[in-house]
Design a protein around this ligand. Sequence first.
Ligand code: SF4
Ligand code: SF4
Ligand code: SF4
Length: 357
Amino acid sequence: MQWGAAALVLLVGAQFTLWVRAHLAGVEPSVSRPAGVEAFLPINAMLTLKHLLLTGVVDRVHPAGLAIFLGICLMSLVVARSFCSHLCPVGLLSELTGRAGARALGRNLALPVWLDLPLRGLKWLLLLFFAWAIWWSMDAEAVAAFIASPYARVADAKMWLFFAPPSRLTLAVLGVLLVGSFFVRDLWCRYLCPYGALVGLLGRFAPLKVERDPSLCTDCRACTRVCPARLPVHTLTRVASVECTSCQDCVAACPARGCLEVRPPRVLPHPGRRALRPAVAIAVAVGLYVAVVGGFRLAGRWQTSVSEAEYRRRLAEIESPLYTHVGAMTPSEPAASPDPHAAVGTVPSHPASLATR
Ligand code: SF4
Ligand code: SF4
Ligand code: SF4
């Protein structure tokens, strides 16, 4: 599943690169803009979700980003944090790097608890920062103005320009993370990813979690040995940790039939507590994601309302201060645009101008 998702992301990236490069060169693109690129604008998606909750209106600038974000949240809310282990391509890259490190060095480094615990807090601090910037410090007007700002309208292209070509700082940060993941398994996911923290938090409320039947357990500890989240599975009755990604590795490793299984919560009556086979649990999670994204597509809320003509005009002047973080805080767009889709009005002075990072 994760390999398929990674292949799709690469295809989307390649298509978007062709599209944006053609616009930057001032020629007609040979391909259309893939809406799926908005998966890389999660903060913009959180802003549009707030806009939806406050106004009941789905933003037309980056609706696909909202659909993908909601799909990810829903699958992680039902099967705890399942996005991380079954769809996220960054998680796959992190896992492969960690495995390569383990093969080369014999094993990955496990940081001592006194270092591991505070470092795990970093991703929560990042999540808190974004929650503060988006949910607490912006009112409805500020959110609406920001998502309609010139900066937000080309946020996808700005994000592409951030990585192509990458600055020395970007390369250095990516290099440190890659090398670090070689030694410490899931370095980025375990310590730094705010997205992982968010879906982990949602996973706390998930009805479908791994459960251990102590009466069948032989205490062999195979489950704990394979757990990538380093959880003491052999001591738990129900795995409720925010670190559990529902990867099912422990279930697959357990030699005692029926001992470790994915089950609904204990509050349900017995017939409703039937165990789900790992493949079924994963299918449920991915099915929910596909249903949300499919629903948006069927409702005509997938493609951006920004026209090709507007993109062409804006990308021709992409170096203008209007399309920088500082520019997004300027009071208004300097000249009225002939394009009916172009944004007008006030743009807020706000930390959410980080929305494309
Ligand atoms: S922690 Fe972040 S990068 Fe890692 S798998 Fe989860 S969402 Fe992806
Ligand atoms: S091995 Fe089991 S407990 Fe550990 S992360 Fe995977 S599903 Fe969760
Ligand atoms: S692998 Fe199964 S039998 Fe062994 S300790 Fe874990 S839950 Fe118990």
